[in-house]
Design a protein around this ligand. Structure first.
Ligand SMILES: CC(=O)[C@@H](O)[C@H](O)COP(=O)(O)O
Length: 255
């Protein structure tokens, strides 16, 4: 089980809700993923305008935990405002803090992320900050009381997979809160790798929503999460420089 704050989830896959070809494909992909947590951008949702279409209408929202995110915010103050808006709509008191610091790379602003996290923890939110793969920042956020840390595998929507495996391993090793790898996942292999390294979960969007067949890819991601986690729990063999025969030679006749 994945435990974030005081909530427990069966699935370790967190799914984004943007960029699907249409609501029908999105609904089917969400179902195929077997996710428990859906994330959406507060600013993109017309949460106080019920007359506007939004993805929540298409889904059985009772089945999912909604994780609003503050995408679009460039300062801590904006992120805090988005979070309060989401809470006021009654959707959820969990918030994914996302404060972008660079328009080209969409990498997060560490200083504003830290400030927003601190403020939102004081306000009683369950806070999941999205960061780059910065080991020290992840530690500082945990010390502040973040309920999970969400290091990016690589830039959002890039599909590059994990570009700094070592940093990710350091973060996983030091963290006492869940580590959810967020952004940059391109394929099921990337997802399985993150889970095999010991991540507690993976949040992804583009790899599914922009796949040729989003529904199939959603299922592939679900299986990758399960395979990666199982592999992590099973414990992989150490890598060696030279070969070792797979069949023991002792006791074999020389003929
Ligand atoms: C940080 C962020 O916004 C991510 O949650 C993003 O939505 C997912 O990134 P990918 O689209 O690269 O999976």
């Amino acid at each position: 089980m994945l435990k974030i704050g005081n909530q427990e989830f069966k699935s370790r896959l967190l799914l984004g809700t943007g960029k699907y070809p249409d609501f029908d494909v999105q609904k089917k992909a969400v179902e195929a993923s077997c996710t428990d947590i859906l994330t959406f951008t507060v600013r993109r949702m017309k949460i106080f305008e019920p007359s506007q279409p939004n993805f929540l209408e298409q889904l059985d929202v009772e089945k999912y935990t909604l994780l609003p995110n503050t995408a679009g915010a460039k300062t801590a103050a904006e992120a805090v405002r988005h979070a309060k808006l989401a809470k006021a709509s009654g959707l959820c008191d969990m918030i994914k803090v996302e404060v972008i610091g660079c328009d080209k790379t969409l990498l997060p602003d560490p200083v504003e992320t830290l400030k927003a996290t601190e403020e939102l923890i004081k306000e009683g939110f369950t806070v999941l900050p999205y960061t780059s793969d910065d080991v020290v920042l992840a530690r500082r956020l945990e010390e502040l009381g973040a309920h999970a840390v969400m290091p990016g595998a690589s830039p959002i929507g890039s599909g590059q997979g994990i570009i700094n495996r070592e940093n990710l391993c350091f973060i996983i090793e030091q963290s006492r809160v869940p580590v959810i790898v967020d952004a940059g996942i391109g394929s099921p292999a990337d997802t399985a790798q993150a889970m095999e390294l010991g991540a507690d979960g993976v949040l992804l969007n583009t790899a599914v929503s922009a796949a040729k067949d989003p529904v199939k890819m959603a299922e592939a991601m679900k299986l990758a999460i399960e395979a990666g986690r199982l592999g992590y729990e099973a414990g992989r063999i150490p890598k060696k420089r030279y070969a070792t025969a797979s069949s023991p030679m002792e006791g074999m006749s020389r003929t």
